[in-house]
Ligand binder design. Structure first.
Ligand SMILES: Cc1ncc(COP(=O)(O)O)c(C=O)c1O
Length: 429
């Protein structure tokens, strides 16, 4: 058991001089190129050019303006995918994905409890039940064994998240999907250009969903992109994005289930910014991975801290840096450790997100009036379980082990990462 004396006077916690007083830079990934792109759009006068109606002739305004359409074709070129459908967020992309797959009452979707809340809400708003499977301790991604245990005769899809930019175990997940005839939606919000055995994540399942929100590897303030190889799914995503219920009649499109079209449209301004950001993705990821390697190399000496190791044969892109703290190997708690290190001028967060099933939405099983959709007759005896204890690995990560750091990104430098390491070394002694 490692012993750490937190009463030492030199620790900032006890009034000593902190390792760092300078603030940490935010995720500013934009520059002159984005400014020029925004000016181009402003000069054009068209801040958005979507039309919420069937537009069979060029310029096909049902599919957005020139910047939106250019972003989508550049996204297809970069990823090598057949269709890219931009959205105004990944949340919208997840909702549209579940809608486009025709899921609803009586269906179950296996989701992670250790991720962004929209992943479980997306099935629920269409009336399908989210069933939480547990995650792997080392990656935070869905554990295929737990997925398998949760598959029932009602399961129709798996919504898998490449958590922290670490690819999920796609071979096993796709094998389960094939065996049980399930759709797979890949949430790549945190995993731009991460690779699973040489293939970009998002290209392995039926739909991949990316986020362009302000914190992500590349960003346009808000935004998202769905990718798919399926022509019909791509059209359905476009219908759900843009008032599809008014479009299906004139377009003579027959499969109208779930085609309640929202306004999930990206503006021309955001699309123009996203196009520039896509060009910077490789460079930003390289920079991030250099910082990650530097930090991981120097954390290995601490017997109670485990740097992330990713997945064999895969490229992880580390949207944030997840460290596991082993409370059995040290005589201070995670909370004491994080407080002491943060007092030195760095920022670590404990736990990441609370297991989603502990939210009031699941505890009370109430989204719509009268407990719907949980209480719908089609969902009677559904297999969603929301009691504390159902996902023990998730709970141990959240309550005891996980520590997150967000400094491992542009414009931080190797010298900034030195401060992180010094802060940890000062506290551990
Ligand atoms: C895993 C995951 N999925 C979905 C989202 C939602 O992204 P957006 O903010 O673009 O709606 C996020 C954003 O935090 C995320 O991290």
């Amino acid at each position: 058991m490692r012993q750490i004396d937190l009463s030492r006077p030199e620790l900032a916690l006890n009034g000593g001089t902190p390792v760092r007083r300078r603030p940490w830079a935010d995720n500013f990934t934009t520059g002159a190129e984005e400014k020029e792109a925004v000016m181009r759009v402003l000069d054009s006068g068209y801040l958005s050019k979507f039309e919420g109606s069937h537009t069979p002739d060029p310029p096909f305004s049902f599919y957005g303006g020139p910047e939106v359409q250019a972003l989508e074709s550049e996204w297809c070129e970069y990823y090598g995918c057949r269709h890219a459908i931009s959205m105004n967020s990944a949340t919208s992309g997840l909702f549209a994905s579940i809608g486009s797959l025709g899921l609803g009452l009586g269906d179950e979707v296996i989701v992670s409890p250790y991720t962004m809340t929209a992943c479980a809400l997306a099935p629920l708003i269409y009336g399908a039940i989210p069933v939480f499977a547990d995650v792997e301790e080392t990656t935070g991604c869905l554990d295929p064994d737990s997925i398998e245990r949760n598959i029932s005769s009602r399961t129709r899809a798996i919504l898998v998240v490449h958590q922290f930019g670490i690819p999920a175990d796609m071979d096993r997940i796709m094998a389960l999907a094939k065996k049980h005839d399930l759709k797979v939606v890949e949430d790549c919000a945190q995993a731009h250009s991460a690779e699973y055995q040489g293939t970009f994540v998002g290209m392995l399942g039926h739909i991949g969903v990316f986020s362009l929100n302000v914190n992500k590897s590349i960003q346009s303030g808000e935004g998202g992109v769905c990718i798919t190889a399926d022509d019909d799914v791509a059209y359905r995503l476009a219908l759900i994005r843009n008032h599809g219920e008014a479009v299906v009649g004139p377009a003579n499109y027959q499969n109208i289930t779930n085609i309640a079209g929202f306004n999930f449209r990206l503006t021309e301004l955001q699309a123009a910014i996203a196009r520039e950001q896509l060009k910077k993705l490789e460079g930003l990821n390289c920079h991030r991975l250099e910082l990650v390697e530097g930090l991981s190399g120097r954390l290995r000496d601490h017997a109670f801290l485990y740097p992330p190791t990713g997945r064999d044969g895969c490229k992880s892109t580390y949207y944030v840096y997840p460290i596991r703290f082993d409370p059995e190997k040290v005589d201070i708690t995670r909370e004491q450790f994080v407080s002491a290190v943060n007092a030195e001028g760095v920022k670590f967060y404990q736990g990441y997100v609370e297991p989603l099933y502990l939210q009031p939405l699941y505890q009370k099983q109430q989204l719509l009036k009268h407990g719907f959709p949980f209480a719908a007759p089609e969902n009677r005896d559904h297999n969603g379980r929301y009691d504390r204890g159902i996902c023990p690995v998730t709970e141990s990560l959240y309550f005891r082990k996980m520590i997150i750091n967000e400094h491992v990104r542009w414009p931080q430098s190797k010298q900034d990462i030195d401060d992180l390491v010094y802060a940890i070394e000062k506290v551990t002694g």
